[in-house]
Ligand binder design. Structure first.
Ligand SMILES: Cc1ncc(C[n+]2csc(CCOP(=O)(O)OP(=O)(O)O)c2C)c(N)n1
Ligand SMILES: [Mg+2]
Length: 324
């Protein structure tokens, strides 16, 4: 897979999603202080390459399970910005009808069956879905994204064991951004190499640069294909960094949670910049291709925002609808 040549259509599509996630969240940063989005937001800026590289290998019917930091996964899986902005504003047209907010977005039409704010909580649900896929022989693969913090939870280990035992069609993707809230990985975990946990469960474990969308695309292809062909699960650790504070639109340097130099070093490894430099240097795409994507997304963001702002709030009698 290392020498796989990625065709121009896929390169353009991946750039489109990288920029779409970035601009969506930049708009949140701009508007959040108005206090009209009344839900907590965990921003994905800096980690975009992981969602994009994986989802570019998935079909509409393949399942994605996510977590509290989910905007990138939904967008990369093809969810439109309109129901996403509407959800942030608590509107009835939101993807969870205004009841979920940022952390609890649902979009079954794109096989996003729900996202959870319980750290590690999505992992066993993803495994159960993969078991159903296998029993139904429907060839729908499952990709579950979680943070390094979820590796502190017992259910992570139980899930890996069961998935390997039953050879389930699932890829476990740990987005290691080295922090769980303000707690660095080295204060929580004895072994920094999360991917090595796969060894014990007799599945492949791979570590990848989480800011390099092309590398991620290739790794994702290999292990998604493997899962689809009945060879069972794998664990991919993608090392990356979140640019913003754990929750909210600010940075956390001024609060002293992270070192300014550390943040700056990672901002310099921006996944969008890395992609742009690579494709231009190697004549894979032209500058005008990249500019066109930028313009298209600017328009989409504005239209989605207008849609959300002009949508209505749920009525009081909607309160107990869709609640089980
Ligand atoms: C079971 C559980 N414990 C604690 C929390 C509080 N909490 C919310 S997010 C978070 C950190 C998650 O870190 P990580 O999994 O690395 O994801 P990241 O925020 O870095 O993307 C914690 C401890 C929670 N939501 N659920
Ligand atoms: Mg983390």
């Amino acid at each position: 897979m290392k020498n796989l040549v990625i065709d121009t259509g896929i390169l353009k599509k991946m750039y489109y999603y990288l920029v779409k996630i970035r601009r969506f969240e930049e708009k949140i940063i701009e508007l959040y202080p108005q206090q009209e989005m009344r839900c907590p937001v965990h921003l994905y800026i800096g980690q975009e390459a992981i969602a994009v590289g994986f989802c570019a290998n998935l079909k509409k019917e393949d399942y994605v399970f996510s977590n509290h930091r989910n905007h990138g996964h939904l967008i990369a899986k093809g969810v439109d910005l309109k129901p996403m902005f509407a959800e942030l504003y608590g509107k009835i047209t939101g993807c969870s009808k205004g009841k979920g907010g940022s952390m609890h977005m649902v979009f079954p039409e794109r096989s996003i069956m729900g996202t959870s704010s319980i750290v590690g909580g999505g992992i066993p649900i993803a495994v159960g879905t993969a078991l159903a896929s296998k029993m139904n022989r429907d060839e729908r693969v499952v990709v579950v994204f979680f943070g390094d913090g979820a590796v502190d939870e017992g259910v992570f280990y139980e899930s890996l064991n069961f998935a390997s035992l039953k050879k389930l069609p699932i890829v476990f993707v740990c987005e290691n951004n080295f922090y769980a809230t303000n707690s660095p990985q080295e204060n929580r975990q004895v072994n920094p190499d999360i991917y090595k946990i796969a060894d014990f469960f007799l599945m492949p474990g791979v570590c990848v640069d989480g800011n390099d969308v092309l590398e991620i695309y290739k790794i994702a292809k290999e292990f998604i294909d493997r899962a689809k062909h009945g060879s069972g699960p794998s664990l991919i650790e993608a090392r990356t960094y979140r640019w913003k504070t754990h929750v909210g639109p600010e940075t956390d340097i001024e609060k002293g949670f992270r070192d300014e130099k550390e943040v700056a070093e990672w901002v310099n490894k921006c996944p969008l910049k890395k992609f742009e430099e690579h494709v231009l240097r190697n004549n894979l795409l032209e500058k005008k291709d990249l500019q066109e994507v930028g313009k298209k997304i600017e328009k989409e963001v504005q239209e989605a925002l207008d849609f959300a702002l002009t949508s209505r709030y749920p009525e009081e009698e909607d309160l107990y609808k869709d609640v089980y």
